[in-house]
Write a protein that binds this ligand. Structure first.
Ligand code: HEM
Length: 261
């Protein structure tokens, strides 16, 4: 005859949760596995971690052998009062944010701003660069001075035709700096070598004050990092040059990579 099983409450069983005092609940039965802690092939810590809860699933998940199940009887001490076992925690899905058209709109606005703000900054930077980079001054420098005097033999008059040479800037690499100059209505172009270039820059610096003299006004333009010297067109008056290429032909000197103070 089997004696009536001792009914134990969950709270009471849950209190036995130490290495030296360890009770387990498996399949509605309660086991005092304290003497088995050191012998358990899975280790005592594992058993301890299964206390104060229904350890049925943990036990079954391991796939214990019949031998293990037989061993359990040795440690059986009673039945668990199932009404005292707290419900298993049920999975509560994260709360969905309710559909909100306004939130969508602001999300869209943020995306637009994320796109527009860098563009705006870029635009501002470019505009700022354009405004600060181009610097126009007038000077009374006569470029012919450098052509005939300071440059010595380096002047090489190659073209008297007055042709436009819009490629001046691109050709201005290497040691020479291409330029065009006018004298008495005749146009010539050549190279301004290093000494000539340096002398020119020094003269340009001396002429920070704007001085306009009839017949010798030049415009200094700093553009794309290059210094461009143009006549301001007054000399051209009466020469009948009104085409686009005539405008280019007013470029007298291109000094590449020039840093204006
Ligand atoms: C009275 C209760 C228990 C007894 C008598 C027991 C007995 C055993 C025995 C005899 C083995 C050797 C393998 C086998 O024969 O199946 C074993 C292994 C193991 N047990 Fe238990 N066990 C009990 C409870 C638990 C519980 C509740 C857990 C989990 C929380 C657990 C976890 C393990 C693990 C991890 C192994 C090792 C499996 C391996 O290394 O292959 N045991 N147990």
């Amino acid at each position: 005859m089997v004696s009536a099983a001792k009914m134990l409450s969950f709270e009471e069983v849950a209190n036995h949760n130490k290495i030296k005092d360890c009770w387990l609940i498996i399949s509605g039965k309660v086991y005092d596995v304290t003497p088995f802690m050191d012998e358990h092939p899975g280790g005592g810590e594992v058993l301890l971690s299964a206390t104060a809860k229904d350890a049925t699933n943990d036990f079954e998940d391991i796939g214990h052998s019949d031998y293990a199940r037989g061993l359990m009887e040795k440690y059986y001490i009673g039945e668990i009062d199932s009404t005292t076992v707290p419900d298993k925690r049920t999975y509560i899905p994260p709360q969905q944010t309710p559909f909100n058209p306004n939130a969508k709109a602001s999300e869209f606005l943020i995306k637009i701003l994320q796109f527009l703000v860098p563009l705006l900054i870029l635009g501002l930077a470019v505009t700022f660069r354009q405004y600060t980079k181009i610097d126009v001054e007038y000077t009374e420098i006569d470029l012919l001075e450098f052509q005939e005097g300071n440059i010595d033999g380096s002047y090489d008059r190659t073209n008297n035709s007055g042709e436009a040479d819009a490629r001046l800037a691109s050709e201005s690499a290497g040691t020479g700096y291409y330029y065009q100059s006018t004298k008495g209505g005749m146009r010539g172009k050549g190279r301004l070598f290093l000494e000539g270039y340096q002398a020119l820059v020094m003269r340009l610096r001396q002429h920070e004050e704007v001085v306009r003299q009839e017949g010798k006004p030049y415009i200094l333009i700093q553009k794309e990092g290059h210094l461009i010297v143009r006549d301001d067109g007054r000399q051209e008056e009466g020469e009948g040059e009104a085409t686009g290429s005539a405008r280019d032909s007013r470029i007298l000197v291109v000094v590449p990579n020039y840093a204006m103070d």
